[in-house]
Design a protein around this ligand. Structure first.
Ligand code: PAF
Length: 289
């Protein structure tokens, strides 16, 4: 694997390559990231990964300074895994040599809700750096994890509206055996928080099972989940049942008619904010006869 730190070196390595598959990351790689690299390998060649902790997507009181930076061990993991051909690991001066005054502002109805509501500016930072990384790497396909469900939708919609020649592929969330979604932020959890953390998934799975059993009362499902998490010591930003296609709230009738939905949650355990989601395909109870 070649490790490059500048855009010029990256372009030298990729000259003439037309089927580049790309996996952007912020590093501190875990098995979830490695699964994205493996998927990239199946859909393009060569595979390029990036590691860049993007200041633009962190709010003033967020964890930019303490975000884990583990480049040496990330490189070892990628070398062992053998799916990545070039690792692009720029520093901040390389990515932002001057203040990034041109930014991509996702539409409010997608980028201003849920994560975007609780983390103002987050999706502007994500969309801006992803566009910039795409311009450096010029991939044919790029792989994103479904754990960041809304991010995936923002990136897809940006690519569609700018007609970027990149196919965005989605990888299922990789979980521990206890259901906890793998995340670089899990390493902030204390032992007792780590024991509690899988309950975020359990709550989403509870919503899924109830929807599958015919419950179409979105507000009741959300309220019950929030109350349950609060009672266990979480500080909940949101638990929301939304339509998969646009993240708007589904009506009871839509759920009953089999509208694909997704239960999404963001909540804090101590100082650590975790997010997760679970897709649900309700069975249609509408009779067309
Ligand atoms: O999902 C992430 O790790 C980041 O948001 C991304 C896509 C690499 C942009 O910084």
């Amino acid at each position: 694997m070649k490790v490059v730190h500048t855009i010029e070196e990256l372009r030298d390595q990729l000259r003439g390559q037309l089927r580049v598959a790309f996996v952007p990351t912020m590093g501190n790689l875990h098995d979830g990231h490695l699964a994205l690299m493996k998927m990239a390998r199946q859909h393009g060649d060569p595979v390029v990964a990036s590691i860049f902790v993007n200041r633009l997507q962190f709010g003033p009181n967020e964890d930019f300074d303490r975000y884990p930076r583990t480049l040496a061990s990330d490189i070892e993991k990628l070398e062992r895994d053998r799916n990545v051909y070039v690792l692009f690991a720029p520093d901040e001066k390389e990515m932002y040599p001057e203040p990034q005054n041109f930014q991509i502002q996702p539409p409010a109805d997608l980028g201003g809700i849920l994560e975007g509501h609780f983390r103002p500016g987050f999706f502007t930072g994500v969309a801006t750096v992803v566009l910039k990384l795409f311009s450096c790497v010029q991939p044919r396909v790029a792989v994103f994890g479904k754990k960041d469900y809304q991010q995936l939708m923002v990136v897809r919609s940006m690519c569609r509206q700018f007609q970027l020649p990149v196919d965005i592929l989605a990888h299922e969330t990789v979980r521990d055996e206890n259901g906890l979604a793998l995340s670089s932020r899990n390493r902030y959890l204390s032992d007792s928080e780590r024991a509690e953390a899988p309950n975020l998934y359990a709550v989403l799975d509870g919503i899924k099972q109830q929807v599958l059993a015919g419950n179409t009362d979105r507000l009741q499902l959300e309220d019950e989940a929030i109350r349950h998490l609060n009672a266990r010591g979480w500080q909940v930003d949101y638990v929301a049942l939304r339509r998969q296609r646009d993240l708007l709230p589904p009506t009871s009738e839509e759920i009953a008619a089999g509208e694909p939905v997704v239960a999404l949650a963001a909540a804090r355990l101590g100082d650590t904010r975790l997010i997760d989601n679970l897709e649900v395909q309700p069975s249609s109870s509408v009779s067309w006869l």
